[in-house]
Write a protein that binds this ligand. Sequence first.
Ligand code: FES
Ligand SMILES: [Fe+2]
Length: 406
Amino acid sequence: MQMSSDRANLSNIRELAKTHRSGFALPREFYTSAAVFEHDIKSFWNRNWIWVGHVSQLPEPGNFFRFDYGTESIIIVRDRQEQIHAHINVCRHRGSRVCLEATGKTSVLSCPYHAWTYDLDGTLRTEREMDDQFRRADYSLFSASLKIFQGLIFVCLSENPPDLEPALARLAPLTSPFGIERLKVAHQASYPVPANWKLALENYLECYHCAPAHKEYSRSHSLKDPASMTEELLTDLAENSCRAGLPGAVLNETGPDAESLGSDIYYRRYPLYPGYKTGSRSGEPVAPLLGDLSGYDGGATDIMIGPLNSFLAYADHIVGYRFVPGTLQETDIQIVWMVRDDAVEGRDYTLADLTWLWDVTSQDDERIIRYNQQGVNSVAFRPGPLSNMEWGIETFYHGYLQQILR
Ligand code: FES
Ligand SMILES: [Fe+2]
């Protein structure tokens, strides 16, 4: 019964996808249909790598944090042997969530329902009143795939996740000057928006809206207007990058074929306007220089790892972005600010200065994404043509449609 209704949904979604016109926004149902949303979780989120945090959030054995999306919940925990695990937060008895806290430190993972208790490595340690046939070893917590790249933790629910290794090997020398493995999370914030996750992600993937919607960001970031990225600015950036110890390269790889879907990597440096050393209110640094950098080059670096995970690296801090689906039209925009791990709050940085830009910008984004969803919900909505500045959305659609329909 369940199978046939899934198949009916899938064939409807296939038909729907065929109505997408290249160079245009997606049809309305991609943002309004419960069947599409369910399929998004199963066939896109569960199949792709998701950036969930940084190793510095798990400094000691027993430290854990939870990451939730859609119907899924994952516990990321460091065990007594210092190994990091990603357990699926579903009890092997009758399925209760095991871990209820967002973050903390514990010696075991104990289910709140009937108290089955798991070791930090996921093996079942104690249970009550089971018969003699019960084999404890058969009931470890299920695990998600886990990958750590320069301290960034990624998980994937698929047993056969996209192969990121070749692309990460090319990305590694470009990102290593930032010393990402030596960062700490200074602050995280959530901006819940009543919109489908794709509208939130698409908004991040284009800077067509930056000039009209983000006046603070647009004062400093030349990405808002390609014509303002003059030869002079680009030449200055290349010279200053070289002096600061950063490569000026562009690396843009999206999965061109079915085998490499979900292995998208993007790295691009672009200039901030003169007077801006970093993404801050005054243009002055807001934290100590990262990694091995020897100076401020006046650039910003866009990094994407897989189709769902974006980062913006400045010389003194890195901001991570996730657009996490809750329900069909409830998305959590999660922003994570990271600084050098030896930086001390109050002495080397203040949260007010560090978070100012992407707090105001994310509040703007929440508003425009909300209005976008309201308009898309109308029967009058027809997908309109994308501008030249929205190529990132086009690339996303390509991979998304191929992945959900394969
Ligand atoms: S559901 Fe977890 S112990 Fe029963
Ligand atoms: Fe924006």
